[in-house]
Design a protein around this ligand. Structure first.
Ligand code: NCD
Length: 353
């Protein structure tokens, strides 16, 4: 069986990908290594220099572009009938989810299985954590079972970083509190690049509950690193402290925030992370900050709409927009699997044999 995604797709894919069917989207900076790899049908000479993926913060622009290019190959592979590869054969992947999740956990599970790993799902509902075991005890116990990769989601910011220091395997952050959600930002970037052809120079408006959103934080870091112009749009109560220092433009109303935007990224109102009254009422919030056709008209005529899901329909986004022709929401889900395959493959290249 083929060992890497490049091997799997083979040189014949190069024609398709480099001909008229080439993803319009390839950033000029990334086109060259991507072409070279496909045409030469060899492994990338660029090594992903990280043992874990804990956040976007630790990634350089070339690291990010490398993952996006690998993910392009995973998209092609995932659209074939035969999707199964053996890059992770013999490897054990544990999905350790302390917080409820449907799409992210399923996405990591499919990604791991597609690459041949043995995937074990462990959710907090049936774990000893309910019996009082600490995060560290759980980490040490799982580590003794000799997994190769652990995917962790936890409700506390910093918990995944802490866990990564207690285990011998690679750790991927699948969302920690309101800190980071790196694979979401990577899949968003891949979706944007495929639809707009680039990221550099685009205006991206991230709207809604920025204060509680790890998706917003990872996206702000990634998009800024790749040269996009990033705006956040929210009422003052939903902006994080020190937002002015994050190097983004801050707007408190949708009309100004969406003006001339290329991408409108909506965020879920994170009701479970709110301990006080952050918005007067959901109806009021929807009226001023919910994305409907009328507010979308403030953005560029070809602006596209994104949402990480799950959506509160009728609150931060109207159904007509979410399911409309300018919505990329379903494509984001497809790109999620591809990006996670790329991350798993990149980390697997650094695992001891
Ligand atoms: C996001 C998350 O969990 O941070 N969702 C996801 O990854 N599917 C966004 C959210 O919960 O609103």
């Amino acid at each position: 069986m083929a060992r890497s995604l490049s091997d799997a797709i083979g040189p014949s894919r190069a024609d398709t990908l480099l001909g008229t069917a080439a993803p319009a989207a390839l950033h000029p900076l990334t086109l060259r290594p991507y072409r070279m790899r496909l045409m030469a049908d060899t492994r990338s000479p660029i090594v992903f220099p990280h043992r874990h993926l804990l956040g976007i913060e630790a990634l350089s622009a070339p690291d990010i572009l490398h993952l996006l290019d690998m993910a392009e190959e995973a998209v092609a592979l995932s659209r074939q009938v035969e999707k199964k590869r053996s890059i992770l054969r013999g490897r054990t992947q544990i999905n350790l989810f302390f917080e409820n999740s449907t799409r992210t956990q399923a996405s990591f599970e499919i990604a791991g299985k597609r690459l041949g790993a043995d995937v074990m799902n462990m959710s907090v509902a049936n774990s000893s954590v309910k019996k009082g075991e600490t995060l560290i005890d759980t980490a040490v116990t799982l580590n003794a079972m000799r997994p190769d990769i652990i995917i962790v989601r936890h409700q506390e910011s910093g918990a995944v970083d802490l866990l990564s220091r207690k285990v011998d395997c690679s750790v991927v952050n699948a969302g920690d509190g309101s800190h980071e959600h790196p694979t979401q930002a990577l899949l968003d970037a891949l979706t944007i690049r495929r639809n707009k052809g680039r990221i550099e120079g685009l205006t991206v408006a991230i709207c809604g509950d920025v204060a509680h959103s790890r998706v917003a934080r990872s996206n702000m870091l990634l998009l800024a690193r790749l040269g996009a112009r990033v705006r956040v749009v929210a009422p003052s109560t939903l902006l994080p402290a020190g937002v002015d220092r994050l190097g983004v433009e801050v707007h408190r109303n949708m009309r100004d925030g969406l003006r001339d935007a290329d991408i409108v990224m909506m965020l879920r109102l994170q009701l479970e992370r709110m301990s006080g009254a952050f918005v007067p009422s959901l109806r009021e919030y929807a009226r001023f900050y919910g994305l409907d056709e009328e507010k979308l008209a403030y953005a560029k005529p070809d602006a596209l709409v994104m949402h990480p899901g799950p959506m509160n329909r009728g609150v931060e986004i109207d159904t007509a927009v979410a399911d409309g022709p300018r919505s990329l929401i379903t494509e984001q889900v497809e790109m999620g699997v591809a990006v996670r395959m790329a991350v798993l493959e990149a980390l697997a290249q650094n695992l001891p044999n």
